[in-house]
Design a binder for this molecule. Structure first.
Ligand code: CS2
Ligand code: MG
Length: 368
């Protein structure tokens, strides 16, 4: 089962996506998401210029060996561009293996550990009233867990009061701090929010300094989630082994694919850390499908982020995964159960775009 061809497809149905399509000499193909928001063409070039020429002729069934070859053989290790590229190859190979075995990928990963996976949606509002209303809309759609973000400066510690009063104790509430605080500020915020029992406080501080989380832990029992920007097990090894976090947010596309993410999850399982994969709309439906197979199978799953894609995106990437009553399932089609309509993709060419940059009132560049 040799790899005959691999192609990078860049398209922009609502936003930019990079997809790797790997085809075997028998004509079976697999897909991998290679989207790195705001740096899409860097990954497309890394794949096209350096990785694809190394793939042709290799046995598509040797997933672990190809992973190690691309990781160790490059000499230069880690980094988001490299790891996103390796992830795309790895995801496509799992998709091919599933199609050849006539099994959904989650069955190849050991089978379902649960019936379906709980997901959380994003409720955003310009102010407290709008945020409360947006949470209500998600509840009406069946969501059991909702991330609430209010646009009112300084209200992060008080909107929890309004939401709990409005919707009671059953709904899981999450909040994303987007790396904006110092550890001691995060400790104070976490402590102030304890009465409202957040499901998690996400990315309280920039996480390059893993031991910085010790300080947060000393001050609050609010659960902590981190890792959407991590690309390797080495970025979270200390956080996990010292039990400084509760949820690891790394996902398939940015953390080396299903193969590497499983290693992160298995390490996390030993230290009471659960998974909470990143799932914003800049991760394509190919990544979401792969994440759902991973989530369904892995024992220490916690929650999956699910920010609905635009209709245009869904039309380019037809898929079998489904949402019902706050839970998702990847479906039982062989492989990942997601495809790309290349003719539709071609109607949406790449659009240059960057992530927004936020600044403090005095003009200092701040974390997004
Ligand atoms: C966010 C993302 O989903 C999340 O938790 O942090 O919206 C993030 O800003 C984007 O995915 C960046 O690419
Ligand atoms: Mg986030």
């Amino acid at each position: 089962m040799r790899i005959a061809d691999a192609r990078v497809i860049v398209c922009s149905p609502g936003r930019n996506f990079v997809t790797l399509k790997v085809t075997t000499e028998d004509g079976v193909y697999g897909l991998g998401d290679a989207t790195l928001n705001g740096r899409e063409l860097a990954v497309a070039a890394y794949l096209g210029e350096h990785v694809v020429p190394l793939l042709v002729g290799r046995d598509a069934r040797r997933i672990e060996d190809i992973w190690q070859y691309l990781y160790k053989g490059a000499y230069w290790r880690r980094g988001p561009v490299t790891m996103t590229s390796i992830a795309a190859v790895d995801t496509a190979l799992w998709d091919i293996l599933g199609k050849v075995a006539n099994l959904p990928v989650y069955r190849l990963l050991g089978g379902a550990s649960r019936e379906a996976v709980m997901v959380y949606g994003h409720a955003n509002g310009e102010d407290l009233d709008e945020t409360v209303a947006a949470v209500g809309q998600y509840l009406a759609m069946g969501y059991k867990a909702i991330r609430a973000q209010s646009g009112v400066p300084g209200l992060a510690s008080t909107y929890g009061v309004g939401l709990r009063q409005e919707y009671g104790p059953d709904v899981h509430l999450l909040h994303d701090v987007h790396h904006r605080l110092t550890p001691i500020e995060a400790g104070r915020l976490g402590r102030a929010l304890e009465p409202y029992r957040l499901f998690w406080m996400e990315d309280p501080v920039p996480a390059e300094l893993q031991e910085g989380f010790r300080l947060i832990r000393q001050h609050t029992t609010t659960p902590i989630a981190v890792g959407e920007v991590f690309n390797s097990i080495h970025d979270c090894q200390q956080l996990i082994q010292e039990q400084l976090i509760d949820y690891i947010r790394s996902t398939v596309v940015h953390a080396g694919g299903i193969t590497h993410l499983r290693k992160i999850a298995h390490l996390a399982d030993l230290f009471h850390v659960r998974t909470g994969c990143h799932g914003a709309t800049d991760l394509s439906p190919v990544c979401l499908a792969a994440a759902l197979h991973f989530d369904l199978s892995v024992h220490n799953f916690g929650i999956q982020e699910y920010m609905r894609h635009h209709d245009e995106t869904d039309r380019v990437f037809p898929h079998h995964y489904r949402f019902a009553d706050g839970f998702m399932h990847p479906g039982d089609a062989p492989g990942l159960g997601v495809d790309i309509d290349e003719a539709a993709a071609a109607r949406h060419p790449y659009q240059r775009a960057y992530l927004p940059v936020s600044r403090k009132e005095d003009g200092t560049v701040h974390s997004w």
